[in-house]
Design a protein around this ligand. Structure first.
Ligand SMILES: [Zn+2]
Length: 88
């Protein structure tokens, strides 16, 4: 039992050390260097949120903003054909 407890302490120590080293590295460098896996990617274009639904100005179908095509007036369309056809 005491041996298990010992390995637990060692494991926690190693975990703490790795965590400390990673935090020190990210704090010392710029944000662009080596993103850690699982970390949130930097949000560069909030307008292209895939969860935002837009309505095709031609046929009225709803589609994610990331898949929408925009014309010069910033109207959204589901396809290039409908963008060419224009709003209805
Ligand atoms: Zn459409």
């Amino acid at each position: 039992m005491s041996r298990v407890f010992w390995w637990l302490i060692v494991g926690l120590g190693a975990w703490w050390l790795i965590r400390r080293l990673r935090v020190g590295r990210t704090a010392g460098s710029t944000d662009r260097a080596a993103p850690t896996p699982g970390a949130e990617p930097p949000v560069e274009s909030p307008q292209r949120d895939p969860l935002v639904m837009l309505r095709c100005a031609h046929c009225g179908v709803h589609l994610p903003q990331s898949e929408a095509l925009l014309d010069d007036a910033q109207r959204s369309y589901c396809s290039a054909a409908h963008r060419g056809a224009g709003p209805r």
